[in-house]
Design a protein around this ligand. Structure first.
Ligand SMILES: [Zn+2]
Length: 460
């Protein structure tokens, strides 16, 4: 069988002609040159009466009626000429697929009507497939493809995406449903880059998609503040999965391993899926890349005052220590619990104004001051998880503008929230360690071999 390109009716005529000729030439290789045995009309015939099962989705197009006119053609395709010829060859099944792109507000019935079928047909089909998953959910942009002969539905294909379709086939015993699932080929890809401007610009120049950049930032965001800590010359490399279908890239999978060198310090992350099926990133030593505490309990905030042992208080005018970090943010900006813990204070507290204190493990407490208001539904004693909102930025107490005053104490001693070494989140289970180290060893070897290959080719 020869697989020839799929064509569509709306392709400009010249292309169609060219394609027709190509198609035919391939089909006719044995005949070399068309002769009287293959009159001109045959060309068209060959093109429009041979088909491919179009598993790849059809590009959404205004012209909903795109006739699939392409091709698989086995050698006897030529036999599909206009003149029926008595031949001992097996009968060529002629199928003409018609594609309809699902529009907003479409129902099965409305699409059937566009295809020239009745609402009764739509009812019979949906009744026949109701015990299956076929045609359960039809979304705009998907494709329904029909083979209709003599106003009779022979086949219907619901192409949900590049990988999944359902085929409904009319048989003597009624409609039969066949699920078609394609598995993409997954191959690893290595990318490296150096920071000159910003993570986004430089990673994007290195060839990473926005999604991959976000994931990279999320993996290392626990250790590196990509706004404040990044320096020119910092560099990164990673291995991630690319998905291919029939040789065409259709998407990206997971990051498998990654390294980021920030101000001379190397951070390495390896993806590991544990026996519960949960995936996360770990250091080569098996520590979680996640930390037990968020570095900053507010997003989109600017540090307006750092931790200092001595400073002049902006309101009191006295010189005294600033035992926390101030984050300037708009009133109402959510404040998140930096780590898992229990609320042990929720109320007014002198110059802190509305204040929440959370007790964490390891004798650590965090304090959040000047809140405008508290998160509803929580109280003193409530358990909170890392990232849970506990209140909102305000300027209650002694504050010259809306900001969060944040303190981090270990055994009652104030630490600088910006620089304190944050403990890792829960480590791998004992039982997971051996399988993790096997995965890590492979991942690191793969990363090293990619880097070596690149070095070798760069020095040529
Ligand atoms: Zn402060």
């Amino acid at each position: 069988m020869l697989l020839i390109k799929r064509l569509k009716q709306h392709i400009p005529v010249t292309h169609l002609m060219a394609a027709t000729i190509c198609t035919t030439i391939v089909g006719l290789t044995a005949m070399l040159i068309p002769s009287e045995e293959a009159p001109a009309s045959v060309f068209n015939q060959t093109l429009t009466t041979t088909i491919q099962l179009p598993l790849t989705p059809i590009v959404a197009d205004e012209s909903s009626n795109t006739v699939e006119t392409a091709e698989i053609v086995s050698e006897p395709a030529i036999a599909a000429s206009a003149q029926p010829q008595p031949q001992p060859q097996p009968q060529q099944i002629i199928e003409q697929w018609q594609d309809f792109t699902v529009r907003n507000g479409d129902t099965l019935t409305s699409i059937f009507k566009r295809a020239g079928l009745s609402s009764r047909d739509a009812f019979l089909v949906s009744d026949a497939v109701k015990e299956t998953n076929a045609l359960k959910r039809i979304y705009p942009g998907q494709t329904l493809s029909f083979v209709i002969n003599d106003h009779q539905l022979h086949k219907l294909k619901h192409i949900r995406n590049q990988l999944e379709s359902s085929m409904i086939i009319a048989t003597d015993q009624g409609y039969r449903v066949k699920e078609i699932e394609k598995q993409p080929d997954i191959t690893p890809r290595f990318v490296k880059g150096t920071i000159e401007n910003s993570l986004f610009l430089d990673a994007s120049r290195a060839g990473l998609s926005d999604r991959m950049i976000m994931e990279l930032a999320a993996i290392f965001g626990w250790d590196i503040d990509f706004v404040l800590d990044l320096r020119q010359g910092d560099h990164f490399n990673l291995v991630y999965e690319e998905k291919f279908l029939d040789g065409k890239k259709i998407g990206e999978g997971n990051i498998l391993s990654a390294q980021f060198v920030n101000q001379g310090e190397t951070y390495t992350a390896i993806r590991y899926t544990d026996s519960n099926g949960d995936s996360s990133f770990y250091t080569p030593q098996g520590d979680s890349m996640r930390k037990a505490f968020l570095r900053s309990p507010v997003d989109f905030a600017r540090i307006s005052s750092s931790f200092k042992t001595r400073r002049k208080h902006p309101i009191l005018g006295l010189t005294r220590a600033h035992k926390g970090t101030d984050y300037a943010a708009r009133t109402g900006t959510p404040i998140k619990a930096a780590g898992d813990g229990k609320i042990i204070w929720r109320g007014k507290k002198g110059g802190y104004g509305n204040c929440v204190i959370v007790q964490h493990g390891g004798n650590i407490t965090t304090l959040y001051g000047h809140m405008n208001n508290y998160r509803k539904g929580q109280k003193n004693g409530s358990r909170v998880r890392q990232g849970d909102v506990i209140g909102y930025v305000g300027q209650t107490g002694l504050a010259s503008g809306p900001h969060l005053h944040y303190e981090f104490r270990v055994n009652g001693v104030h630490k600088n929230p910006q620089t304190v070494k944050l403990p890792h989140a829960a480590p791998l289970d004992k039982a997971e360690r051996a399988p993790f180290f096997a995965v890590a060893e492979q991942a690191l070897a793969q990363l090293a071999s990619y880097k070596a290959t690149q070095l070798a080719s760069a020095s040529k």
